[in-house]
Ligand binder design. Structure first.
Ligand code: THU
Length: 164
């Protein structure tokens, strides 16, 4: 028997410690959460992505009376980025949540969103940092892979020699 240890290192910043770019992403994600359509959960989530070309895009959760038809903020935003900038890597994804009009202490993405984050990272073959925006602190995860260790991804379906 062998033991395999999976470790993730996360940097925790006080908000005032964030550099200008991360601070902008932090604010953009919270701003985007205000436009979420979340009448059922009243949990408003915003996401902001920094593209390789320097552009910042944002999105939010979109709920539906038929619950599973709704979509989280992270996937709304990543699919929007992929639809409009298919050839541009996503370097950072920031996520922020508001409950009853208050910033939540910390938001951590659901499993389905982690899978989509992983796909984005593997699609462009560049790490995508994930900034989890809390009320007083922000957690910086170095990559989507770090949020989904032991994952199923592109290489399980496409062998390296078959990649374009
Ligand atoms: N939600 C997100 O948009 N992102 C997350 O990281 C967690 C959950 C949304 C989905 C649903 O609209 C609401 O929050 C409650 O689960």
């Amino acid at each position: 028997m062998k033991e395999l240890k999976l470790e993730t290192s996360v940097e925790v910043y006080a908000i005032e410690e964030l550099d200008e770019t991360y601070k902008r992403l932090y604010e953009t994600a919270f701003e985007a959460s205000k436009k979420a359509y979340a009448p059922y959960s009243n949990f408003h989530v915003g996401a902001a992505v920094l593209l390789e070309n320097g552009e910042i895009l944002s999105g939010n959760n979109q709920e539906n009376a038929a619950y599973p038809s709704g979509l989280c903020a992270e996937r709304t935003t990543l699919f929007y980025a992929g639809a409009h900038y298919p050839d541009t890597a996503v370097r950072v994804l920031a996520i922020a949540g508001m409950k009853d009009g208050e910033r939540v202490d910390l938001i951590t993405p659901c499993g389905a969103c982690r899978q989509v984050m992983l796909e984005t990272e593997q699609r462009y073959d560049k790490p995508m940092k994930v900034l989890l925006c809390g009320k007083e602190e922000a957690f910086l995860v170095p990559s989507a892979t770090a949020l989904l260790p032991f994952c199923f991804g592109k290489s399980d379906l496409i062998k390296p020699e078959e990649k374009e």
